[in-house]
Each structure stands twice: as structure tokens, then as C-alpha cells.
Design a protein around this ligand. Structure first.
Ligand SMILES: *Cc1c(COP(=O)(O)O)cnc(C)c1O
Length: 356
């Protein structure tokens, strides 16, 4: 695969945010981006790394009207002055292909995704921040660009990757979040697009998230679409419980996303002496378990936070505090182990890290 690399002019260079406390998430972007186009007739063409900047798209482009889109998210971690590593990028490629298939988008070839991403991050390696807990967030996305309002899979698409230096998720310490259980609205239904990483799922979740924040909570816990009883995801994270000393997470149902963090925790846990169970978890049983102490810990898992401890759940106006609202030992162990591997502090027994 040929990548055309366009130089970045002095006036196109971005100001670097030098204070890691101000980085936040997805607010700053680097100097360059990778772009490639696809058409039904030509396949993939014109793979290029160009200065970061706006796209010229016609207002009729399909993505603006019918949401034909899929995206990914992963991070590059700074190990030391000369070394940067990616975490399981091949898993993001596999998932993007699954999402694309569901959204009638073309398959992104492995060399475009992996080699293109590595080349881009290599060129932008000075943007990978170095202070504790920071990283370079990588956002690949695939959009339908065909200029036509007919409802059908677009015959023209674009793939791109942008990079954003992000701050430490727990800048002020590992703090448990408060979660509102949503028992009316649903995020996704079986047979829908819940297991695809696509913008439409997020659009459908926004008002519930806003309502939760208004009521003093951090995130929404989503229940299944049919019985409104089985827990699926917390915000844009997969959910885990420690129940009677076992690590429990719902089995894939087709209506929530298969997280790479979730998969990594499921592989890591047995090596740390934890017993893992994939089984459906009903919200009424969980609320009972929190009250009687059998539900010892609850946490979310996803790329941004890695592990996010849950301190309290509110369901039908009843607030239940988990483990006294503190961070439990299993949550802490999994967080320390996974971030230890990602930042190169612990041995990488699974071969998950790819140094550039
Ligand atoms: C991306 C995402 C996750 C977490 O996946 P990771 O690969 O662990 O980052 C979970 N739920 C939703 C809805 C997501 O979009």
C-alpha cells in the first residue's frame, strides 16, 4: 500500500497544550490525519497523510442524512522518550469490519488500518504526552460520502484517522461514579445496531445521559430492550460485577458492544486468581445483592477510563451504595494490572502491546 505524505506547513502546525491537566478528552488534535477514499468501482484509493483540517463534503453526502458510519477508539501509550506502543490494534480492525458489515460500509483492509495507523502515529510521535496517565487517543472512522439522497448503501465512502492527546482520566484520583439505571429508554435492541460501534447508538443515548447528569449522576446504566430487566452497558462501557467473590459480566447479547477492554479483563482475570462468569444479571437481583452485600463491587470497562469504579446505583428512585462507595480490591487490581501492561510497567504475557 502506497501512502502519499503531504508536508505540514509552518502555519498549519498546531499549538501544543503543554499543561497535561488541561488536555481533557478529544479537545486537541495533532498536525496530521490519515485519509483514504473508496468507491464501488475503484475500491480503496488515494491513501494519504495530510495536514489535519476540515473536509469538503457535499451537503447531500449520505452520512449527514442516514447515519451510515462506524468508528473505533484506541490509545497509543508513551513508554519512554523513544518508545510508543499501541494496545491490541488488530482487535479494533476486526471490530471495525464487523461494524462496517452491519452498516453496509466497505471493509477496511488490514494494511490500511494497521500500517496506516502506525505510520501516522510514528509521524506524530512527539504528540504522545508523557505525564502519568496521559495517552494519545486514536480515532479511526468510516463514513458514507456519496452525494445522493436515495436510501441505499452508499457507493462512495471515506476512511480517516485523527489523533488526540488526552489527559489522565483520573486526574484527581480513582473516584467511583454514580449511575442512574434507565428503565424507560433503551439504547439498542436485539437485531439492531447495538453491537456495532456506530454514531446512531450514541445519538439515541444522549437525552438519557443529559437527564442523568441533571439529576446529579455521571452515567446511565442501560437495560435490555424487551424486559427492561437485564443490564447491558454503563454509558459507553461494558459492565462488570464482583458477586460472592466471582467476577461476573453479561454474555454478549447482540445489543451491546463487545469491548476490547472487556475481552482483555476476561483473559487477564483468571491469571490473577479470579473466577470469571458470563451470565445475565437482572437489575432487581443486583439491587438486592447490593443491599445484602453479596454484590461487592461494580465497575465499567472501556478504552477511555480502562476501569471505572461504580460507587452507587439508582433504580426506580432507590439509591444503593456499593461497598461503602469506595474502590474495591478487584477493581483496583484489574485497573493496576491492565494499565501496568499498557504503560509498559508490567510484563505483557499475552503479546497485546505493539511498539512502533
Ligand atoms: C467503544 C465502546 C465500548 C468499549 O469498548 P472498548 O473496546 O473496551 O473501548 C463499550 N460500549 C460502547 C457502546 C462503545 O462504543
Amino acid at each position: 500500500m502506497e501512502i502519499r505524505i503531504e508536508p505540514v506547513q509552518e502555519n498549519q502546525k498546531k499549538r501544543k497544550c503543554t499543561n497535561p491537566a488541561e488536555l481533557g478528552f478529544g479537545r486537541y488534535f495533532t498536525d496530521r490525519m490519515l485519509v483514504a477514499d473508496w468507491s464501488e468501482r475503484e475500491g480503496w484509493f488515494d491513501v494519504r497523510i495530510v495536514p489535519y483540517g476540515p473536509f469538503m463534503l457535499e451537503p447531500s453526502a449520505a452520512v449527514f442524512h442516514y447515519g451510515q458510519e462506524a468508528f473505533e477508539g484506541l490509545k497509543a501509550y508513551r513508554w519512554n522518550a523513544d518508545s510508543v506502543a499501541l494496545f491490541r490494534p488488530e482487535m479494533n480492525l476486526k471490530r471495525l469490519i464487523r461494524s462496517a458489515t452491519r452498516l453496509a460500509l466497505p471493509e477496511v483492509p488490514a494494511d490500511l488500518f494497521i500500517e496506516g495507523m502506525k505510520e501516522l502515529v510514528r509521524l506524530e510521535r512527539d504528540w504522545v504526552p508523557e505525564s502519568e496517565g496521559t495517552s494519545l487517543y486514536i480515532r479511526p472512522a468510516l463514513i458514507a460520502t456519496e452525494e445522493a439522497l436515495g436510501v441505499r448503501p452508499a457507493a462512495k465512502c471515506r476512511f480517516f484517522i485523527i489523533l488526540s492527546p488526552v489527559g489522565a482520566y483520573y486526574a484527581t484520583g480513582f473516584k467511583p461514579v454514580r449511575i442512574l439505571v434507565e428503565d424507560r429508554m433503551v439504547r439498542a435492541a436485539p437485531g439492531g445496531t447495538g453491537e456495532a460501534k456506530t454514531g446512531g447508538n450514541y445519538a439515541a443515548s444522549l437525552i438519557a445521559g443529559r437527564e442523568a447528569v441533571k439529576r446529579g449522576f455521571d452515567q446511565v446504566l442501560w437495560l435490555d430492550a424487551i424486559q427492561h430487566r437485564y443490564v447491558e452497558e454503563v454509558g459507553a462501557m461494558n459492565i462488570f460485577f464482583v458477586i460472592d467473590n466471582r467476577l461476573v459480566t453479561p454474555p454478549l447479547s447482540g445489543s451491546f458492544l463487545e469491548g476490547i477492554t472487556r475481552d482483555s479483563i476476561l483473559k487477564l482475570a483468571p491469571t490473577l486468581g479470579l473466577t470469571v462468569e458470563k451470565r445475565p444479571a437482572a437489575i432487581d437481583d443486583l439491587m438486592n445483592g447490593i443491599r445484602n452485600g453479596s454484590v461487592q463491587e461494580v465497575f465499567g470497562a472501556g478504552t477511555a477510563a480502562v476501569v471505572s469504579p461504580v460507587g452507587a446505583l439508582c433504580y426506580q428512585n432507590e439509591l444503593a451504595t456499593i461497598g461503602g462507595g469506595t474502590v474495591g480490591p478487584v477493581t483496583q487490581l484489574l485497573y493496576d494490572t491492565l494499565t501496568g501492561i499498557q504503560y509498559g510497567r508490567l510484563p505483557d504475557r499475552f503479546g497485546w502491546m505493539q511498539e512502533l
